[in-house]
Design a binder for this molecule. Structure first.
Ligand code: ZN
Length: 417
């Protein structure tokens, strides 16, 4: 996608989203959705307890699904909700109580709202649940926190990183993990989703739909080989933050991460066509690669989840290329992939490139990002929309995955004998 297209299409969302989370802690922001009648309404909020245990309660006009997770530095608890209309008292959130310093809330994307609580120190989420109205009491969200030490807090974060935090709190499970299935795990990552549509073709197709269709085809074909466990970061139109995608792959010790995208360039910049395969580099291989990485990395900002400035684990190792082995494997796979794609789809003039894509930043998971083609180029768009092309191109990707894993699987068998 292009930066320009993003700015135009998402300019408004961007303003609104950043207004919610760029706010100083303690300043509550009110969601002013115009057509919010059908959404659950938050009517009141209460805090109880002390510096050891604190309860946070929000009244709603109906029961809803909730999910909570924690973030460090500064310590926060994030509560994800379906889209909610907040009609809380005016200064709600400015002052906390017990373990909660303050909280803020708002819409983060179409279909999703979020409450962020700033805590006084490391806390543990003892309980988070929602109950239906009963005995004259409204429906409620209840969050119980207790104090903990930093070490336990960080350990809990590692555990929670094993699930993907979607807007709906949906948990993506990894096939065979519990049974100790030894087959390599491949994460297929269709870009964008939900409020973030990615780039758009002139005829109105969204990148998020094209890459999802491709991702599903690729997953099915990989699974069919019987050689791999395959999991998708999203298998429907859901927004997933970029660093969640990375954390998920790392937490499950994925052996390969394949991110799927489609590009476009403004008419004024001429024509470009064909597929490209990207690996991670702190130095973009050319201006176009730099432009593209910047655009793709905007995904979180669009959905108002901008955690990119977080000093978290992923951010810290950002473009740390100390993990030479991972880098070598990523490049090796990129080469295999381009070799196979050559026979099935037009390639870009320089099909192997590098840039600082956030989703490629796992230090321990070989990762590539494939731009399938240009949605701004007629010929490319025709095949991007074709089921026959999709099938053929996914087949060539499966071949490249097979040749990537073949030596290592043989090695593993050799050791066992
Ligand atoms: Zn994209």
């Amino acid at each position: 996608m292009t930066v320009r297209a993003l700015t135009i299409v998402f300019g408004l969302c961007l303003l609104r989203a950043s207004a919610v989370f760029a706010a100083e802690p303690g300043i509550a922001l009110h969601d002013r959705s115009a057509t919010a009648d059908s959404f659950p309404v938050a009517t009141d909020v209460r805090l109880g307890g002390d510096d050891k245990q604190t309860r946070f309660v929000v009244d709603f006009d109906r029961k809803l699904d909730v999910a909570a997770f924690t973030l460090a530095d500064p310590y926060r608890v994030v509560v994800d909700l379906p889209q909610v209309t907040f009609k809380l008292p005016d200064k709600a959130g400015e002052h906390g109580r017990g373990l909660i310093k303050a909280f803020r809330y708002g819409l983060i994307m179409q279909g999703g709202s979020r409450i962020v609580l700033d805590t006084k120190g490391p806390v543990r989420v003892d309980k988070v649940f929602s109950i239906a109205a009963a005995e004259g009491q409204p429906a409620r969200l209840v969050l119980d926190l207790s104090t903990t030490d930093r070490e336990s807090f960080l350990r809990n974060i590692t555990m929670q990183d094993r699930t993907l935090h979607t807007s709906t709190g949906k948990v993506v499970s990894v096939p065979g993990e519990a049974e100790g299935d030894p087959r390599p795990l491949i994460v297929v990552d269709p870009g964008h989703g939900g409020i973030d549509s990615g780039t758009k073709s002139f005829s109105g197709q969204d990148e998020k739909d094209i890459v999802l269709a491709f991702g599903l085809t690729l997953r099915d074909k990989l699974e069919k080989t019987g050689k791999y466990r395959v999991v998708m970061t999203r298998s429907d139109d859901t927004f997933i933050p970029l660093d969640e995608r990375v954390r998920f792959a790392r937490a499950h010790k994925a052996s390969l991460f394949i991110s799927i995208h489609a590009d476009s360039i403004p008419r004024s910049e001429g024509q470009a066509e064909g597929a490209s395969v990207y690996t991670l580099s702190p130095h973009a291989s050319d201006a176009e690669a730099a432009r593209l990485a910047e655009a793709e990395n905007k995904s979180d900002v669009i959905a108002g989840v901008d955690l990119s400035s977080e000093p978290n684990d992923v951010a810290n190792i950002l473009i740390d290329l100390a993990q030479r082995e991972t880098k070598v494997f990523s490049q090796q796979f990129a080469n295999n992939l381009v070799g196979e794609l050559k026979s099935t789809t037009p390639l870009h003039l320089h099909p192997i490139k590098a840039a600082g894509f956030i989703v490629l930043k796992s230090p321990d998971v070989p990762s590539v990002l494939v731009e399938l083609g240009y949605m701004s180029t007629k010929g490319d768009l025709v095949h991007l929309m074709s089921a026959e092309w999709r099938s053929r191109t996914a087949d060539s990707m499966v071949r490249s995955v097979n040749s990537f894993f073949a030596p290592r699987m043989a090695g593993a068998t050799g050791k066992a004998n």
